[in-house]
Design a protein. Structure first.
Length: 152
């Protein structure tokens, strides 16, 4: 399993327009594992026989599995460890299938000093197709004062 490389950014490091991306190939084992963790055992995600009879024509990944890739970017790269989710909106625009490579991207669209908050535009694509989009608001730690321990 390949996880995104960790990078810690503090509020003072951020600027509007900063962007990070994470690529992840969706495997059957990911979808099965997400079903186990979440309890969402909808057969559209787990049964090829069932899913073949749906408008999708085959198994698809959970929408929230796809959204979790955004969380991976926020928690590991932009802004990284120490970021705390305040809110997240999501619009699911197209299915993600087993074998697809999802590109999850986060871009800083607004910074608010009071409370050290950032608004982030979030998208997931499969090739040129946007499969998910939304907006997140996160709280970001301030740079530690001299002598204080930084975020690991």
């Amino acid at each position: 399993m390949t996880l995104p490389e960790m990078r810690s950014l503090y509020f003072e490091d951020l600027s509007v327009g900063m962007r990070e991306t994470y690529l992840k190939e969706v495997r059957s084992s990911d979808v099965v594992g997400f079903a186990e963790i979440s309890g969402d055992r909808n057969p559209i995600h787990l049964s090829e026989h069932f899913a073949a009879k749906t408008p999708f024509g085959g198994r698809i990944a959970h929408g929230l599995y796809t959204a979790s890739l955004i969380s991976a970017v926020i928690g590991t790269r932009l802004p990284g460890p120490g970021a705390i989710y305040i809110s997240q909106t999501l619009r699911f625009l197209a299915p993600v299938r087993i074998g697809d490579t999802v590109e999850a991207s986060v871009e800083v669209t607004e910074l608010t000093e009071k409370g050290r908050r950032a608004k982030l535009h979030c998208t997931c694509r499969v090739g040129e197709t946007v499969v998910l989009e939304g907006e997140a608001e996160v709280k970001i730690p301030a740079r530690p004062a001299a002598g204080e321990a930084p975020i690991p």
